[in-house]
Design a protein. Structure first.
Length: 367
């Protein structure tokens, strides 16, 4: 294992002065380290944007690198092939190896992408090297040396990073003290709409929902980050008599922000889009999102939602949920939530298979 500082320093020594990415817990150390000073790390909404930031920096004469979870390869493959490879921009990308080498030891949403990652890169003729958990500074330097050869040929190499290869750094304490605990916010929302079909976003939200409000009418969307509101739209359009509640995260909403415009345009009256806004990617270690400078309610209203509010307290959530069910939507309810203090509950797939989750949800919707 190398330390987060060694990782960042070796890259800085080679002139890589800017990084962008979407967090994976594998990169919690470097992201925390780089974020201690402004201007070194750009938190991107999705992996394609991160690669494109690095592409812009490369065009403007700066060496930049990208960090991402391999589950985000799907978000990145378009700018990788149609931008970076087409214009031959030398960019270095680090991708974690979730679901690899043995998918059975990781969460089910990584089972397809884990073993497929090296072959997927091969299929688009992208060179890749691997940093293993037991590798030290010397091995990392050798990996970078190989990557430099690719970069010199105007190629865009990947370094695939095994779990445990890079050390952690202490995450910055969240400066936010206003809001509700996430599990409490979820309990308030779901108990105010007990008949609703619920779609819970990836990460800790699904775990909290499973812990405090599990019902067969809940779809736990593990993986496919950023798509909970689109799934909710599909359900709401298909079942216009049923209230549909989407439990989203700030990082997840930002990942595919265009969904706001799609929902505003389709205008399903039965959709309540709840955003649990803790301003961080809490599930991957608390790396900042960019939500602190974004107003989700104003965006939703501008995108055509019927109503959008922000809630800080229990009473705000109760009032917002009553209103959202009494007047036609789509509604956006942005609940400010606090940094987590207690234990992290187990995920739904510890008790249910993904097919159980699908079948329960489908049966409930058919009734
Ligand atoms: C495409 C993709 N990129 C990255 C991840 C890794 N990931 C899992 S949860 C998460 C953070 C989600 O942040 P947010 O929606 O704000 O919810 P929170 O973790 O704060 O509850 C990330 C980045 C992922 N699952 N999928």
């Amino acid at each position: 294992m190398i330390t987060a500082q060694e990782f960042c320093d070796l890259l800085a020594d080679r002139g890589f002065t800017l990084a962008s990415g979407v967090p994976c817990s594998h990169f919690g150390g470097p992201i925390a380290h780089l974020s201690t000073e402004p201007g070194r790390y750009v938190p991107a909404p999705n992996e394609g944007s991160a690669l494109s930031v690095a592409a812009g920096a490369a065009l403007a004469g700066q060496r930049a690198y990208v960090m991402l979870q391999n589950s985000g390869l799907g978000n990145l493959i378009n700018p990788l092939t149609s931008l970076v490879m087409t214009y031959q921009l030398p960019i270095l990308t680090f991708a974690s190896l979730r679901g690899w080498p043995d998918p059975a030891t990781d969460e089910p949403q990584h089972a397809v992408m884990g073993p497929a990652t090296p072959g997927l890169l091969d299929s688009v003729d992208t060179p890749h090297h691997t940093l293993y958990a037991q590798d030290g500074v010397e091995e990392f330097a050798a990996v970078l040396e190989k990557a430099e050869k690719d970069l010199a040929e105007q190629r865009a190499p990947f370094v695939l990073v095994e779990r445990g290869a890079i050390g952690k750094a202490a995450a910055a304490n969240s400066p936010h003290t206003e809001g509700l605990p996430a599990a409490e916010a979820i309990r308030l929302v779901t108990s105010a709409a007990p008949q609703a079909a619920v779609v819970a976003t990836t990460g800790f939200t699904g775990r909290d929902t499973f812990a405090v409000a599990d019902t067969p009418s809940t779809f736990y969307m593990q993986g496919s980050m950023g798509h909970a509101s689109s799934i909710g739209l599909g359900v709401a359009l298909t079942q216009p008599e049923r209230t549909v509640v989407v439990l989203d995260g700030d990082g997840a909403l930002l990942m595919h922000l265009g969904a706001l415009s799609m929902i505003g345009s389709e205008a399903p009256p039965n959709l309540i889009h709840v955003v649990l806004d803790n301003r961080v990617h809490e599930s991957t270690g608390g790396q900042a999102t960019t939500s602190a400078t974004t107003s989700f309610p104003e965006m939703a209203k501008a995108a055509g939602y019927a109503d959008a509010v922000v809630c800080h307290r229990e009473e705000d959530v109760q009032t917002a949920m009553l209103r959202a069910q009494a007047t036609p939507g789509p509604h956006l309810i942005c609940i400010k939530t606090l940094p987590r203090t207690g234990a992290i509950p187990p995920r739904a797939t510890n008790a249910l298979s993904t097919l159980d989750i699908r079948d329960r949800f489908q049966n409930d919707l058919r009734q």
